[in-house]
Design a protein around this ligand. Structure first.
Ligand SMILES: [Zn+2]
Length: 85
């Protein structure tokens, strides 16, 4: 009977440790997805408070207004050259 209780106690402890580890791992995953890459200067930036631009149903993130304008200008050039050819 005591052995059974000991096994039960150990398995409960293992379970608690596993749950704790999975809870610890979760915020890390969220942090990774919170980061966005600036397509102009390749800088990784936090998703909150960054400059955003929607182009071709895709959302792009920029570190600064300058990068956003540069990207928009380049995309406009691409569209224009496609129209000419
Ligand atoms: Zn940038």
């Amino acid at each position: 009977m005591l052995v059974k209780l000991a096994i039960l106690a150990i398995s409960v402890i293992i379970l608690v440790v596993l749950i704790k580890n999975s809870l610890k791992a979760k915020p890390k995953a969220i942090d990774a997805t919170d980061m966005a890459r600036d397509p102009v200067c390749n800088t990784y930036i936090s998703m909150d408070g960054v400059f955003k631009l929607k182009y071709n149903n895709k959302l792009y993130h920029f570190c600064s207004k300058e990068c956003m304008n540069k990207f928009r200008e380049e995309k406009l050039k691409e569209v224009n050259s496609e129209d000419i050819s």
